[in-house]
Design a protein around this ligand. Structure first.
Ligand code: 5GP
Length: 177
């Protein structure tokens, strides 16, 4: 039977502190402009909630959902928009909120799409980034933590829809025996 072990990579405290810093960085860049946060479902959920609470001023929140992973641990490499945002972003300052940037495909395609909708500015924030996994050129203005090229779960990130509720980020290890 497969046994699952999760090794903590980033603690709840580390995530909380870094979220506060990221919110301050975003405000340092965009001053007190009204913002539209566009979260990438489903992994963004804990992060966008925590980030929004740390951001001062006028903050609207909306979501998109894209599919690239299916149930597995590797990207299918195909970008498909499953849910679009509702808020009109023309002339607004948009911040894309991602759980993790891996190959960069999702963010690269999303940025292209959102740019056609003529926002006043478009930036991206990701709690995690795997620079060694990057195969698509995609800008991420604000990164919480750079991590090695390992499969992680928790703080919104799943494996087959489980573990999103973990308050920390951990490395999933499956052993058979
Ligand atoms: P990308 O398009 O950058 O390759 O992948 C982005 C998406 O892949 C993320 O939003 C996330 O849903 C998923 N992903 C990438 N790396 C991991 C990982 O280590 N763990 C989990 N659970 N999902 C990941």
């Amino acid at each position: 039977m497969a046994q699952v072990q999760i090794d903590v990579l980033l603690t709840e405290d580390q995530l909380r502190t870094r979220t506060r810093e990221l919110a301050a960085d975003i405000r340092a860049t965009l001053a007190d402009e009204p913002l539209v946060l566009i979260g990438v479902l489903k992994g963004c959920v804990p992060f966008i909630g925590d980030l929004a609470r740390e951001l001062s001023g006028d903050v609207a929140i909306d979501y998109v959902q894209v599919s690239s992973y299916g149930d597995g641990k590797t990207s299918t490499g195909v970008f498909q928009l499953k849910k679009d945002h509702d808020i009109n972003i023309e002339g607004r300052h948009v911040v894309v909120v991602e759980d993790i940037v891996d190959s960069g495909l999702t963010l690269a395609r999303l940025r292209e799409l959102l740019a056609t909708r003529r926002p006043a500015s478009l930036t991206a924030v990701a709690m995690l980034s795997k620079p060694d996994a990057r195969s698509h050129e995609s800008r991420v203005e604000h990164v919480g933590f750079e991590i090695p090229n390992v499969f992680v779960v928790g703080y919104g990130l799943d494996h087959a829809e489980s573990y999103r509720n973990l308050p920390f980020v951990g490395v999933l290890r499956e052993s058979h025996g």
